[in-house]
Design a protein around this ligand. Sequence first.
Ligand code: PGA
Length: 264
Amino acid sequence: MLVVLKQDAREVGQEAARIVSAAVRAKPSVVLGLATGSTPLGMYEELVSLHKKASLDFSKATSFNLDEYVGLGPDNPQSFHHFMQSNFFSHVNFSKDRIHIPSGDLRTNYSEYCLSYEDEIKKAGGIDLQILGIGRNGHIGFNEPNSSLASRTRLKELTLETVEDNRRFLPKGEEIPECAITMGIGTILDARRILILATGKSKAAAVAKAIEGPISSSVSASALQLHPDVTFIIDEDAAYALTQRDYYRRVLELTKKYTPEKLA
Ligand code: PGA
């Protein structure tokens, strides 16, 4: 695991965008796994800017989003469909038919639908680069604590903590989703490369458990220790509880010297 320590959220976004844009330039038909939430906003902003100012071309790329709330249609301003449109897709040249986001409109046949989402990922050749945030409870996607480390795309019941974390985005009085469709931990671990971003003190405990704690279904992100190509990009506040910060800095310096291709 590579741990890249950055000063603040702005630098985290820039570094993530640098890696994503390098992946798109190296393989225009790249398959990206995309995340929503406040953490990747800076990355999307930077990618939009690279598209406009440095002709970063997404026309051949494919995307699969991690998750969507059950019960929110694509036009609902709180849906992840809406988030992706307004923060990214409407500003770049992604081809509509290569964008995949789990449906929030389903009322039945969830398992069948989730199997078809997995099939679409397979048909696209698998995910080359998966972007993740991390929840305060260590979730990745909406894989809440005790999700099977082998889980696949499915309907997941949200914890009250997650519901509360998301309440701030929903207008007062609006019904708050209780469940989501999310890629599973097994689905995420199938990606060839994983970037996980974290900013702010509220994520420090989850980040420390994910990187330095035991692998446990109680902290979904700890499953990333099983993956051979994971990069954590975190700011100082989110890195606060890590015990090996100096060593991670040293690893980064030596990686630049010996195996710089790992940082491309
Ligand atoms: P956030 O969400 O980026 O809004 O903090 C991250 C997550 O819950 O995965």
